[in-house]
Design a protein around this ligand. Sequence first.
Ligand SMILES: Nc1nc2c(c(=O)[nH]1)N[C@H]1C(S)=C(S)[C@@H](COP(=O)(O)OP(=O)(O)OC[C@H]3O[C@@H](n4cnc5c(=O)[nH]c(N)nc54)[C@H](O)[C@@H]3O)O[C@H]1N2
Ligand SMILES: Nc1nc2c(c(=O)[nH]1)N[C@H]1C(S)=C(S)[C@@H](COP(=O)(O)OP(=O)(O)OC[C@H]3O[C@@H](n4cnc5c(=O)[nH]c(N)nc54)[C@H](O)[C@@H]3O)O[C@H]1N2
Ligand code: SF4
Ligand SMILES: [Mo]
Length: 682
Amino acid sequence: MSSTRIVLGTCHHDCPDSCGWEVTVEDGKAVKMRGNPDHPYSQGELCPKVNRFLDRVYSPDRILTPLVLDGPKGSGRYRSVSWDEALAIVAERVHDVVDTWGGQAIVPWGDAGTQGAIQMDSLSQRFFARLGSSRQVDSLCGATAGVGTASSLGTSLASDPLTIEHSKFIVLWGTNTRLTNRHLWPYIEKARGNGATVVVIDPIRTVTADVADWFLQLRPGTDVAFALGVMHVIVRDDLVDHEHLERFSTGFDELVDHVSDWTPDRVAAECGVDAPDIERFAREYATSGASFIRTLVGAEHRENGAQFFRTVSLLPVLTGAWKHLGGGYSRSVGSYSRSSVDLSKFSAPHLSPVVDRRPISMNRLGRALLDKTLDPPIKCVFVFNGNPVVTAPEAGLLRKGLEQPDVFTVVSEQFLTDTARYADVIFPACTQIEQDDVVPAWGHLYVGWNHKAIEPRGESVPNTELWRRLARAMGFTEPELFATDEELLATCLEGFDVDELKKRGWMRVPGTDDLRPFVEGYPFPGGRVPLANEILEREGHGRLPVYVPASEGAIGCEGRYPLSLMSPKFHQRFLNASYSHLDGHAGPEGELFCELHPDDASARGIHDGDVVDVVNDRGRLRAVARVSDSPRVRPGLVMVPFGWVGDRTRDGLAVNDLTNDTATDWGGGVAFYDTSVEVELA
Ligand SMILES: Nc1nc2c(c(=O)[nH]1)N[C@H]1C(S)=C(S)[C@@H](COP(=O)(O)OP(=O)(O)OC[C@H]3O[C@@H](n4cnc5c(=O)[nH]c(N)nc54)[C@H](O)[C@@H]3O)O[C@H]1N2
Ligand SMILES: Nc1nc2c(c(=O)[nH]1)N[C@H]1C(S)=C(S)[C@@H](COP(=O)(O)OP(=O)(O)OC[C@H]3O[C@@H](n4cnc5c(=O)[nH]c(N)nc54)[C@H](O)[C@@H]3O)O[C@H]1N2
Ligand code: SF4
Ligand SMILES: [Mo]
């Protein structure tokens, strides 16, 4: 007799939407997957990436057993071995490294391949602490935006993005909502139906800009100048909310002085927009009451990334927009979720044999691997939940670093990614429908439960099980290293009726019903936000917001490479580097392209469809030129979309072979988008 079950789950991807889903399972096989119609935010819809998730789960390319390298590094030649054999190889080599070089010669590199609380980074923290390995620091995503915001507002908490439906003036600033945050779009349309104006500010004419009421195409990286110009007009025309400022801020007079030279004409020249547009934007923004600034991470990937968030988040302080439902500013609401799903419960620093584990930047692992002065040098890397060869900047350095024969690399993966190809040993990882977890969202306030729907395929295991097995193989005995998934889930959840959460599949974070965070003041002494900020001044980031043009990437800088390269997310069917290797995803998205402005193309004799090389000191990437009469880029700017992997590009490289790994001003991010290049006919 056949059995059919419907199992509720939650999307694990690094995506603000954290959609609820339901999987239909027949005789142990998942046969259908669709959005959970009862999920209050995603309301039954998934997306063009995850609609085909079962193709991914059942792909013939899944890694289903442990693999050991059987050829030169990078060759992709592996032989399948038993778990015992693979664990023994890894344990022996890791013991060797620890005995010869010490634990700090080992580095973990984990990202947000799954954002589930326990599968992202729970037992891994304990395992690496126990090893006394180096400590992974910095971030490819979100930290600079979060820290930049918190450094001006005192917290990264902000408005509930869903209240955008009550807004009258919506600014989508450095975010491509229709592509990257698609389930928010209906809320924006609802506001628009009630008379809201939707403005997009982006150097690229995105699919979101295509349908906005107003598109401001700034020169890349000049937004701080734009915001200073907006402040200038707001102050000059006395459009500030005096009552809010008097009660809840200090330093207004200094700010008035500071913005006095940021006239619309000066800003227009810097940002490449018209002065009357700056005037109009400032006026409409300040007089619409419920004005809502929505941003995500686009503008953080720059040398002045944190300054952007520091500056823009002050605009609603000037106008008092925080007071209005549908007003304010929102980047991530992850900190609310984390008050109920407490990830800090997983750390166990007492397990570490060393007190101060050495920090290694995840943004610059390649540099660290090649650094001859590092003591001890890095001899072993563990990669999980990520694909840094495609997703971290200056990939050429990472490729070189991982190619070194004396660097032992272990990767946990579902597929033979560009990074896994450098592994000595690969462990097979489960997909989300093969494991239990709870997902704290950062784009809305519903925590999602994820029930395992099917048994793990082949010999794949959840990450938690991998760390348990590795700990055992290493001979470790501390009980914290062996906590079960159930125990881990129970450890991190607070304030929920867990049975109800499991039954429904989602639950709102307790205490978040009216999210107008600063109605009663800001988290500073006396509730007053310092517009002139002494801490930032001491740290060298300016007492008042400062516009610092990029050293690379700003158009025309450096001289050697005249074009600025941006590599944003662009494809509906890709999520970072996770889908372009699959036919059903890459096929319909075509091929890696480089879009140029027609003026830049004709100056180089390049026509639409020509094969070109995008070049700088770091690398050379082959792509197809895209040139049209309605260009998505300004003159001087080229776009190569992020997300294509080596299997699918003409030369096996990806756009991060070209990008800049300079750190952001603060916050530990990286300036991917400040990269300069030349484009040549191939
Ligand atoms: N389809 C799809 N959806 C995704 C992803 C995906 O790969 N594909 N990835 C997911 C992840 S990990 C994340 S973090 C989110 C990110 O979501 P977003 O932050 O919305 O996406 P990004 O493409 O990083 O950047 C958004 C926009 O910022 C613009 N931008 C870059 N620099 C500047 C600047 O200096 N000023 C201004 N004003 N704009 C600038 C870019 O041109 C881009 O259009 O998306 C998630 N959703
Ligand atoms: N040029 C450029 N570079 C960028 C960006 C950009 O816009 N432009 N965006 C940046 C951003 S915002 C981000 S978030 C990063 C993303 O960088 P990454 O996190 O490295 O990219 P993903 O494709 O999300 O990687 C997820 C990998 O984790 C694996 N995975 C998924 N679930 C599991 C699991 O349960 N266990 C294990 N072991 N593995 C799993 C998947 O198979 C996949 O290969 O890229 C950054 N890099
Ligand atoms: S990737 Fe994002 S939009 Fe797609 S199903 Fe997952 S959470 Fe939803
Ligand atoms: Mo991200």
